[in-house]
Write a protein that binds this ligand. Structure first.
Ligand SMILES: [Zn+2]
Length: 376
């Protein structure tokens, strides 16, 4: 079976390379992946999939389906880029490519993610067809996975309800099954509106939105002591009110990203941070509005499928690299600090993991498979 699937993918690999390179060049960020989605849809259409667009009212979300009988198997594809990460391909140092016409770039490898999920969907369809096995194969075009949680809107629109299983992957430095949960999170913008005045002549006339935001952040930082120690929350100032200290700032905006192991814990912290923001508005006589941005549940791994995937992965084997690949990776490695390199590896826990890591010490490309561990 593995040999047949490998051949099915090999036969179409050139078109997959072209697709991945094209997505790399287009480099569109969250909810703007119009050309990327169109390019992927064109390949699926060519392969005989029928396409449903505008899923959950998002014009870059789509579902491509093949077949109508049997179990429903979903492959999740992502194709969004990140701002400020424009990078010339084939170059081992930071170098922008003006031909992109944008500062966006694929730092997270979603050009590969979206393409390989598509390759898997097509190969599975081809294999099952060859074997005369009925199944409905679906490719989910999932937008905005970089800070937009596109799949949550699709889930709310019931796009995944009738799936029997869903498979996804992410490019990384290791060949491993991700069997561990992730943190749940909520993201929201807190906006304050005050009253402008001259800060020296008539400070008593002003109500500072900047003060409100600062007081909110101070309050939120005090709150850290009284939430679960596994919680993480951070903020970014989107609007400090202006460039003039001689003006009482009339507007401000701060973006909060709150994370915790479970959804209910995030919700509790979010509700308390909202109270802190209300308190800051009360203290400064400003108006506060919460703009809820997004929320994600914690990822719940499917241990049965994870184990099965690990078994399949060990049968297929790790990718092998030639001298050119290794030389290129060595150059990339040279640009990293020791600290960076440490974070590239999944930290070993069990004796077998330690053994595998020790046996492959110093390699710049992982041509081995990391042993499956439910804790990772
Ligand atoms: Zn990613």
């Amino acid at each position: 079976m593995f040999k047949t699937i490998e051949t099915l993918i090999e036969n179409k690999k050139e078109s997959y390379f072209t697709l991945s390179d094209r997505i790399w060049d287009i480099a569109e960020t969250k909810f703007h992946e119009r050309e990327s989605a169109k390019t992927i849809m064109a390949v699926l259409k060519e392969e005989g999939f029928s396409i449903e667009t505008n899923i959950a009212d998002i014009d870059t979300a789509f579902i491509a389906t093949y077949g109508s009988k049997g179990p429903v198997i979903g492959f999740l594809g992502e194709y969004d880029a990140l701002p400020e990460l424009n990078q010339k391909s084939g170059v081992t140092k930071k170098e922008t490519d003006p031909s992109f016409g944008t500062t966006n770039g694929h730092g997270c490898g979603h050009n590969l993610l979206g393409t390989a999920s598509l390759a898997a969907a097509i190969a599975t369809r081809d294999y099952l067809k060859e074997q005369n096995i009925d199944a409905q194969i679906r490719y989910y075009g999932c937008p905005a996975e970089e800070g937009g949680s596109g799949k949550t809107y699709m889930a709310r629109a019931h796009a995944f309800d009738d799936l029997d299983m869903a498979i996804c992957w992410h490019p990384g430095t290791d060949n491993a099954i991700i069997g561990s949960p992730t943190l749940a999170n909520i993201q929201a913008v807190f906006e304050f509106k005050g009253k402008s005045s001259h800060a020296a002549n008539s400070p008593d006339m002003g109500r500072s939105a900047l003060d409100a935001m600062e007081l909110m952040n101070v309050g939120a930082n005090y709150l850290r002591e009284h939430v679960t120690s596994e919680a993480r929350y951070h903020y970014a100032v989107l609007d400090g009110g202006g460039m003039q200290p001689s003006v009482v700032q009339a507007h401000s905006k701060v973006l909060y990203l709150i994370r915790a192991p479970k959804g209910y814990q995030v919700k509790e912290i979010y509700d308390r941070i909202c109270k802190v923001a209300e308190g800051a508005a009360l203290m400064t006589e400003t108006q506060m509005t919460v703009h809820f941005d997004k929320a994600c549940s914690n990822y719940m791994p499917n241990k049965v499928y994870s184990k099965l995937m690990a078994e399949c992965m060990s049968k297929v084997g790790a990718p092998q690299f030639d001298d050119t690949d290794i030389a290129f990776a060595k150059e990339l490695h040279a640009s990293l600090s020791e600290e960076d390199k440490k974070f590239m590896m999944v930290p070993p826990v069990t004796p077998i993991e330690k053994q595998v890591l020790a046996a492959n010490q110093g390699k710049v490309l992982a041509d081995y498979i990391y042993p499956y561990n439910e804790a990772h």
